[in-house]
Design a protein around this ligand. Structure first.
Ligand code: NAD
Ligand code: MG
Length: 296
């Protein structure tokens, strides 16, 4: 097999071909086959977030869990928000974070519940003794083949979790973040190159990218930086819990220029950079982490 063969390991990570599998939404990381890499054994911090306090939505699994591990090893205290049914994943990640010797708080709840989402930022701030970083990362993605089969209920639920909650959390964050604080939104390659079976999801990601710019402009006047990360295909529980057609899973991510899906640990450094003082002049930007795909 040649060095550049699509079968070979690329950029130090293996190309995976997950077996067909399905989990009820939201999926659990603990049931993913193969398991995903969140950096549990590999991520090494360099105190880039020492003393900072972060709230990460969807911090139990996938990209959010990798961000939580990276932030903790960079010295940040973290609060994880996630759905109550994801408690097993949240506890497993919290145990990894405990080893970093930082403060970890678990704040489960449903972001569709206005009582929960309107108080989450204040709860996190109270638990952490203040808040410096909000990572808006929770997301819902359900693949539906045609617009005729896409229900209004699904469209509303996807917009509610992915973008409406982001307005509420960001509004609350502006009240507590200090000058030098940071908000990082998770958008997607889908904002720029939508798949037709992810029509509602891709539309929310377009909205998130747009919202990131207008919020960045407003918040910059207060010294708060707002940016986004746009992942490409990353192996997380979102995908086998109806995020992709089941038969597409073995080929997931094979259409990128690197020829493979990414692992959550490969996305986390973009969030670390944007949250850190290294990014002090980076505002309204999007970091693309997608293994190579057409992008703006
Ligand atoms: P994931 O399933 O691990 O994370 C999504 C999280 O969203 C869940 O863990 C859950 O805690 C949270 N969530 C969903 N519905 C919620 C609700 N009603 N209330 C509260 N929390 C809720 O999958 P992931 O892929 O790591 O997703 C994280 C973010 O990355 C999402 O915004 C997703 O759209 C985005 N993203 C993922 C990919 C990918 O290929 N995996 C690509 C681009 C963008
Ligand atoms: Mg999860």
């Amino acid at each position: 097999m040649s060095e550049n063969s699509p079968q070979s390991s690329r950029a130090g990570k293996e190309r995976i071909s997950p077996p067909e599998q399905r989990q009820p939404e939201p999926g659990l990381d603990q049931k993913l086959q193969p398991t995903a890499d969140h950096g549990e054994r590999s991520y090494q911090g360099r105190d880039r977030l020492a003393g900072k306090r972060a709230l990460i939505t969807g911090g139990d699994s996938g990209i959010g869990a990798a961000v939580a591990i990276a932030f903790a090893r960079e010295g940040a205290d973290v609060a994880l928000a996630y759905l109550p049914s994801e408690e097993p994943d949240a506890q497993a990640i919290a145990a990894v974070l405990d080893d970093a010797g930082i403060d970890v708080h678990r704040l489960p709840g449903d972001l569709r519940d206005h009582g929960y989402r309107d108080s989450l930022v204040d709860e996190a701030s109270a638990a952490l003794g203040g808040l410096d970083i909000l990572v808006n990362n929770a997301g819902k993605q359900i693949s539906v083949e045609s617009l005729e089969e896409l229900s209004d209920e699904q469209v509303e639920a996807t917009f509610d979790v992915n973008i409406f909650a982001m307005f509420a959390l960001s509004r609350a964050a502006l009240k507590v973040l200090p000058e030098g604080g940071s908000i990082i939104n998770t958008t997607s390659i889908q904002a720029f190159d939508p798949s037709d079976h992810l029509m509602d999801y891709a539309a929310t990601k377009g909205a998130i990218s747009n919202f990131t710019k207008s919020l960045a402009s407003q918040a910059a006047k207060r010294g708060i930086r707002v940016n986004a990360v746009a992942p490409g295909p990353i192996w997380t529980p979102l995908q086998p819990s109806d995020g992709q057609p089941i038969e597409a899973l073995p080929e997931f991510g094979h259409d990128t220029w690197l020829g493979r899906a990414g692992q959550p640990v490969e996305v986390a450094p973009a969030y670390v950079f944007l949250a850190s003082d290294d990014a002090s002049y980076v505002v309204g930007s999007t970091v693309h982490v997608n293994g190579g795909k057409n992008q703006p």
